[in-house]
Design a protein around this ligand. Structure first.
Ligand SMILES: Nc1ncnc2c1ncn2[C@@H]1O[C@H](COP(=O)(O)OP(=O)(O)O)[C@@H](O)[C@H]1O
Ligand SMILES: [Mg+2]
Length: 226
């Protein structure tokens, strides 16, 4: 029986592409400790816990190596990525959830009527008075009170290129869910709806460049919080 050559195994492995990057696993450096003993081929595949390699890729590897002449057994083990180089690359996204906004200050509490909106408005005005570019987002879908507090009840924001433009008032950029919903219209919001409305809102508003964005969150104790 012909003995299995390492270079042939490598060539075979190269035929399988990582669906995420369309590169083969050898080029990606994800195959480690390739060993060939008689007809037995063993190696490790490095996997990123955040983006697990699909079952079909592993199955395909096993099948095509198994079909090679002289190969009797294929043993593939998985190893989590320990590469430090890759880990930090993923972090910037969560660090800046809204492009252009450097700091987000969330004002939240479990109850309504405790002074959240009062705190949020005064905080935003105080930060703006210090000379920082400041935005204020009223995400209290149950009782958006900031338009009233800022003297902007009934104001209608415009959209430019499908992005909602905040309204400038007292030196801050203001946006409220209260601008978008009818006053006096009863609404029932469930947790997931609150979350998606607030998240969508955060992203669809054209905040521009801000040093601080103060967010007045809806009252709630659990799933609605960001
Ligand atoms: N520090 C405070 N002392 C007394 N009353 C306050 C104080 N802060 C807020 N209020 C009043 O309490 C009421 C609720 O405040 P608000 O900021 O709308 O609370 P929330 O946003 O938590 O519902 C308002 O009438 C407001 O004027
Ligand atoms: Mg409030």
């Amino acid at each position: 029986m012909p003995s299995v050559q390492e270079k042939d195994v490598i060539r075979t492995i190269r035929r399988v592409k990582d669906p995420d990057s369309d590169k083969d696993l050898i080029s990606l450096g994800r195959i480690k400790e390739l060993k060939i003993r008689d007809g037995e081929v063993t190696f490790k595949v490095l996997v990123d816990p955040a983006r697990p390699l699909s079952e079909s890729v592993l199955k395909e590897l096993k099948v095509i190596i198994g079909e090679m002449e002289g190969v009797e057994e294929v043993a593939i083990s998985l190893q989590e990525h320990t590469s430090k180089a890759q880990a930090p690359a993923k972090q910037p996204a969560p660090q800046q959830p809204i492009p252009g906004v450097r700091h987000i200050i969330a004002v939240a509490s479990g109850k309504g009527g405790v002074g959240k909106s009062t705190v949020a408005v005064n905080l935003a005005l105080a930060i703006a008075a210090e000379g920082h570019r400041t935005g204020l987002l009223d995400a209290d879908i149950y009782g958006p009170s900031i338009p009233t507090m800022m003297g902007l009840r009934g104001a209608q924001p415009t959209a430019v290129d499908k992005r909602i433009q905040p309204i400038a008032r007292y030196g801050i950029a203001l946006m409220s869910l209260g601008f978008l919903v009818q006053e006096d219209q009863p609404m029932v919001w469930r947790g997931p709806m609150v979350h998606s409305a607030v998240t969508q809102f955060l992203r669809e508003v054209d905040w521009g460049q801000l040093d601080y964005l103060v967010v007045d969150l809806p009252p709630g104790t659990g799933d609605a919080h960001l």
